[in-house]
Design a protein around this ligand. Structure first.
Ligand code: LEU
Length: 487
């Protein structure tokens, strides 16, 4: 494979293309998410859909769950049919179309259509663009880790800018204008990708690694069509008897979101291609995965439960200045951008003395737990009624980001090392499945949130994270042993 080896801050030029494509993709995704929950539960008179808050919160979570679950499809399509490059491109096209649908005036049907497009599009784009980052470096290139750090900066710069801009536009004009900007952002990403890919990426990811042969193609098309027909018939029957409701769909996808990682584990563990030593690695991966699910559950509630908190429980006027509730979504990426270099420095500084992967996960849960525990204080002080200072949310986002820096990059790198070699194409998707399961759980927690008091909610979940933090810490020697030589 040939990639121009320099030209972007001492990194391969391809990183430029990947950086800006992912910048704009995340810009569109998080910009959309920053206003989507408000769009769903705002009144029709205000330009919203008038969905009740609990349902809107569940939809946000189940949507997020499916967005990361579809990475399995993306991994498969690139591996067997299109290659990573074309999969990224077509994913971007679907995402852009998804945002365009929301930019047009319309009701819940348009929302569902947009969700389908963005779920599929992100599944095609996100895991594949991340794999290409790995592919532009040779195996022993020392710039690889720092290449990923630069890429993550791109992710977070996009995620930081979008809520500010799209939040302001949607409140000054209307929600559809906000979604329109998300569409334009993805269009920019696609243009950059198309214009620069040949020059900067050479032939990396052009061909599928493991293409289907003619026989397999026919088989897949046949079974695909048959499954679609069966699915459509079942759906039609269920709809006829009135079972196709939002709540049932949420429950159904919660189960799927939890079963998906279990199925993938079993598939990997029982596969003939998985070597004995790799099975031990997979066992070590299970507690890490469970900890990651707990972590993402709290982290992802930043755009659901805490977004609602920003809207209805926070005092948003500073003198005559009005803070948009959607702007709180910029805090997570902002803190990542500010703190990531600090953590990079810390790991270099500590060298061999740094905590093990499992210990880092345990600390990550500690901070996630604290980010919810701290919300107990304003809940008590305000009696759950009077508006609280926005600084509580700032503090909560700050704490969860410390956890994120201990879990997210570490988890991704552990996944790439612990997943069996034969499943390379599914490695990224395996890691994203921890987020899938977390948001599947969140779709149910949304219902709990509206039944219990704030103090109860934040102490249950914060407490659960802290308990798991301790268990992880105690298990960490076992996990390290099972990981063998992998660090
Ligand atoms: N903020 C991260 C991203 O957008 C979350 C992901 C790793 C689930 O890349």
């Amino acid at each position: 494979k040939t990639v121009p080896q320099k030209g972007f801050f001492g990194h391969p030029k391809g990183l430029f293309t990947l950086f800006f494509t992912e910048f704009w993709e995340r810009f569109s995704y998080y910009g959309m998410r920053a206003i989507l929950i408000y769009f769903m539960y705002d009144t029709v008179a205000n330009g919203g859909l008038g969905i009740d808050k609990t349902t809107a919160t569940s939809i946000m979570s189940i949507y997020g769950s499916l967005v990361y679950m579809s990475g399995i499809i993306g991994g498969w399509v690139s591996d067997r049919i299109l290659g990573t490059r074309r999969t990224v491109f077509w994913g971007g096209v679907l995402i852009m179309l998804g945002h365009i649908v929301l930019a047009l005036p319309g009701g819940i049907g348009m929302l569902l259509g947009s969700m389908v497009l963005i779920i599929l599009g992100t599944g095609l784009l996100k895991p594949n663009i991340s794999s290409i980052v790995g592919d532009i470096y040779s195996k022993d290139d020392e710039r690889r880790d720092s290449g990923f750090s630069i890429f993550v900066m791109g992710i977070n710069l996009g995620s930081f800018a979008a809520p500010l801009l799209i939040g302001a536009v949607s409140s000054h004009y209307n929600y559809h204008a906000g979604f329109g900007i998300a569409a334009v952002g993805m269009a920019f990403g696609l243009i950059i990708f198309k214009v620069t890919e040949k020059k900067n990426l050479g032939d990396v990811g052009v061909e599928p690694t493991n293409p289907l042969n003619e026989n397999e193609k026919v088989k897949i098309i046949k079974s695909g069509i048959i499954s679609l027909i069966i699915f459509a018939i079942i759906l039609a029957i269920l709809a006829y008897f009135g079972y196709v409701t939002i709540n049932n769909a949420v429950n159904f996808f919660t189960v799927i979101g939890l079963l998906a990682p279990i199925a993938v584990f079993i598939w990997m563990f029982t596969s003939k291609k998985t070597k004995k030593e790799e099975k031990s690695h997979l066992l070590a991966y299970i507690p890490l995965f469970i900890a990651a699910v707990m972590f993402w559950s709290i982290e992802e509630q930043g755009s659901t439960i805490l977004a609602r908190y920003a809207d209805s429980r926070t005092d948003l006027s500073v003198g005559s200045f009005h803070i948009e509730p959607s702007w709180f979504q910029s805090l997570n990426p902002l803190f990542i951008i500010l703190l990531a270099p600090l953590f990079a420095y810390l790991w270099v500084k500590l060298g061999k003395r740094q905590p093990s992967t499992a210990q880092k996960f345990s600390y990550g849960l500690l901070f996630a737990g604290l980010s919810f525990a701290i919300m107990i204080i304003p809940a008590i002080l305000s009696d759950g009624k009077t508006l609280v200072s926005p600084w509580w949310l700032v503090a909560s986002f700050f704490l969860v980001v410390i956890g994120e820096l201990l879990v997210s990059p570490v988890g991704l790198s552990a996944t790439t090392k612990l997943a069996p070699e034969a499943f390379a194409a599914q490695t990224m998707s395996l890691w994203f499945l921890s987020n899938t399961a977390a948001q599947a759980i969140n779709a149910q927690l949304a219902k709990v949130f509206d039944k219990v008091s704030e103090v109860q909610y934040f102490s249950y979940l914060g407490g659960a994270a802290l308990v798991l933090c301790i268990i992880m810490f105690l298990c960490s020697p076992w996990i390290s042993r099972k990981m063998g030589t992998i660090k």
